[in-house]
Write a protein that binds this ligand. Structure first.
Ligand code: ATP
Ligand code: MG
Length: 112
């Protein structure tokens, strides 16, 4: 099992949510986050001084999925979340050891 953590533009929240539902994702967690990438945000002049506005609002999608579905989901996220401009976001993938559905106490892939 893998955790797919995708940080995308806020305006991609709805389209990405719909695309993931359509792809029969079982669950997801969405969080509003602030962050910066390579460009370290952007700079603006405030009273004649350059001020860095480092942290830009983004939305984080977190999904726990089976190993076999990772590539397809990553492709779907890239396709849906891309604009081609800097700041489109990033996807982090990491291993997940265990999942438990509290109601049934199912473990592993059955609990996803
Ligand atoms: N190395 C990183 N570690 C943690 N979070 C990151 C990292 N890189 C990007 N992020 C998160 O992803 C968001 C979007 O990053 P962004 O798309 O600007 O990455 P980038 O590397 O600058 O790519 P681009 O050049 O396309 O803008 C950031 O606001 C931040 O929340
Ligand atoms: Mg960037």
């Amino acid at each position: 099992m893998k955790r797919i953590s995708a940080i995308v533009r806020p305006e991609k929240l709805e389209p990405l949510k719909e695309a993931l539902f359509a792809a029969s994702i079982s669950g997801m967690t969405i969080t509003q986050v602030m962050g910066c990438g390579n460009q370290h945000g952007w700079s603006e002049y405030f009273r004649g001084t350059e001020v860095l506005l480092n942290m830009i609002p983004k939305v984080k999608f977190e999904l726990i999925v089976t190993d076999e579905t990772v590539d397809g989901i990553v492709e779907l996220i890239c396709k849906t979340a891309a604009t081609g401009e800097v700041g489109d976001g990033k996807i982090f993938i990491s291993p997940v050891e265990e999942v438990v559905r509290i109601r049934t106490r199912e473990h592993g892939e059955a609990a996803i």
